[in-house]
Design a binder for this molecule. Structure first.
Ligand SMILES: NC(=O)c1ccc[n+]([C@@H]2O[C@H](COP(=O)([O-])OP(=O)(O)OC[C@H]3O[C@@H](n4cnc5c(N)ncnc54)[C@H](OP(=O)(O)O)[C@@H]3O)[C@@H](O)[C@H]2O)c1
Length: 380
């Protein structure tokens, strides 16, 4: 059976307790210190991933136990060393392809150096994340009755590995796209490079709130460790698709903006009967903080490459070819992976919740809140 490994790391202090239940109640300073010296280790054994035509894979989630901030701030060579060590552990267990989770895919050149130093091919998993994110955004638009073709869409993190490809895929479906990031020079150059090829109007901005205020559709894929999207800035009835991990959409939106649809865009249902079992406590499930049978799209890409016997560095760097995204989406379909049901703020977005969100948007509009120019007639 083909095997994979996937490098994981905690996204927050709450996350550390999911990795290590013994860490519950310990102070943040102590935890941070422990993680500074904690070596990489095999945390989870994944089994039961089975395609409809009977192919199976197994694998390991190997922890490189550093927080996002530490992965950004530590000397780059030290971070590379820990991530490569995590992959070596996976390879020693039999993995033939490795995926990079969250900030381990972001650090430095987005997987290129890690792949060069790794004993097995490496993918960031970003191609499937992009495919899933764009599909999720437009599924949300349909559910909210937003007419995408007349909408303005903002992509935050537009110069990134994920965001830059999302801009290209969203542009053919909307009237205007706004590219947002902090580094103006990089943003301007990227916009100059692609504007002529985009089949819609486009502009760039470093002011995320003002771009969000002008948009009916928002996709966010940043490496911010702070909130980037706040409730005050969202249009009535807006749709926000969040790919960023850790999250950069304010949790206040759940309480303060019942008229806005927020969805986590990068989750997939895994075929078969997947089990995520703790290596140190056999028989006990690792809590991925997702519904049963569900995994992140980047994890899913790694599993799919193993299932298909594609032991190659499928997705690396910033500037992903659109052909790769189409190809991994087709492989995902062949292997029985499907877009997960909508979810946000650790809860399912049920049909009832969507109906309530649409009703709240209608009420807010009739109370004179800013018009939603991309809304369909039935909702106007
Ligand atoms: N859901 C999933 O399955 C999944 C899979 C893979 C990755 N991810 C997550 O997706 C996110 C993006 O990953 P990536 O590989 O595309 O990273 P990346 O290539 O490093 O790109 C990050 C982008 O975010 C921008 N950015 C950073 N901080 C910002 C801020 N405060 N405001 C506005 N823009 C900001 C960066 O530009 P500037 O520096 O110029 O601002 C850049 O455009 C990460 O959070 C990652 O963990 C999710």
């Amino acid at each position: 059976m083909n095997s994979f490994c996937f490098v994981i790391h905690p996204l927050s202090f709450e996350d550390i307790a999911r990795y290590e239940p013994g860490a519950k109640g310990k102070g943040e300073a102590i935890l941070r210190k422990i993680m500074e010296w904690m070596p990489s280790y095999a945390a989870v054994h994944v089994s039961g991933v089975r395609t409809p035509d009977g192919r199976e894979t197994q694998g390991w989630f190997v922890a490189a136990p550093l927080l996002p901030q530490q992965l950004v701030e530590f000397p780059r060579e030290e971070v590379y060393r820990r991530v490569v060590r995590a992959i070596e552990i996976g390879a020693e267990l039999g993995a033939q392809v490795a995926g990079l989770g969250a900030f381990t895919a972001v650090v430095g050149d987005a997987g290129i150096t890690i792949n060069e130093r790794s004993p097995i091919p490496v993918t960031t998993g970003n191609s499937l994340t992009i495919a899933a994110g764009v599909q999720s955004l437009f599924r949300g638009a349909r559910e909210m009755g937003v007419d995408a073709a007349s909408s303005t869409a903002t992509v935050i993190g537009a110069t990134g590995s994920i965001g830059s490809a999302c801009v290209r895929l969203i542009a053919p479906e909307v009237a205007r796209v706004i590219l947002v990031a902090r580094n103006t020079t990089r943003l301007r150059k990227f916009h100059e490079q692609i504007a002529g090829d985009l089949p819609c109007e486009s502009e760039y901005a470093t002011d995320a709130p003002s771009a969000v205020r002008r948009s009916q559709l928002v996709l966010t894929a940043t490496t911010s460790t702070q909130d980037v999207i706040e409730p005050e800035d969202l249009q009535t009835g807006a749709v926000v698709c969040e790919l960023s991990l850790p999250h950069d959409v304010s949790r206040r939106i759940a309480l303060e903006r019942p008229d806005v649809l927020v969805i986590e865009g990068g989750n997939m249902v895994v075929p078969g009967r997947p089990r995520f079992e703790r290596v140190r406590e056999p028989g006990s499930e690792f809590d991925l903080n997702l519904p049963p049978r569900t995994a992140l799209a980047c994890m899913s890409e790694t599993m799919i490459l193993a299932l298909e016997g594609r032991f190659e560095p499928f997705t690396l760097g910033r500037g992903i070819e659109l052909g790769k995204i189409v190809e991994i989406a087709a492989m995902a379909e062949r292997c029985g992976f499907t877009l997960a049901d909508m979810r946000a703020f650790d809860a399912a977005v049920t049909p009832e919740k969507i109906a309530a969100t649409r009703a709240a948007a209608r009420r807010r509009r009739s109370n004179g809140s800013p018009a939603l120019s991309g809304a369909s007639r039935s909702d106007a």
